[in-house]
Design a protein around this ligand. Structure first.
Ligand SMILES: [Zn+2]
Length: 88
């Protein structure tokens, strides 16, 4: 059981949960010296810039179908779902 992050409804028994990324952040990882070792040598982690998930919502199957129909793939923001529900 879960609460949909878009429509706020409780899920039905056995309903599949979809995780939707709604916000990401850029993270800088520092260079680390001699962090990887094996029996013969050590090596550095070069570090770098990457993307991490900052906010993720659970989506029910009806919201997932609605977002699939409207935009092909991907998720809607909650306001868009509420407007669509109010219109129908
Ligand atoms: Zn929903």
């Amino acid at each position: 059981m879960f609460v949909c992050g878009f429509c706020g409804n409780n899920s039905k028994h056995g309903e599949k949960l979809r995780r939707v990324v709604v916000e990401t952040k850029t993270v800088n990882h520092p260079h680390r010296y001699d962090c990887y070792t094996n029996s013969r040598q050590t090596s550095d982690d070069p570090g770098g810039t990457g993307t991490q998930i900052a906010k993720e919502l659970h989506e029910c199957e009806s919201c997932f179908e609605l977002s699939q129909r409207q935009r092909g793939t991907g998720a809607l923001i909650p306001e868009e779902v509420q407007k669509q529900r109010a219109g129908t």
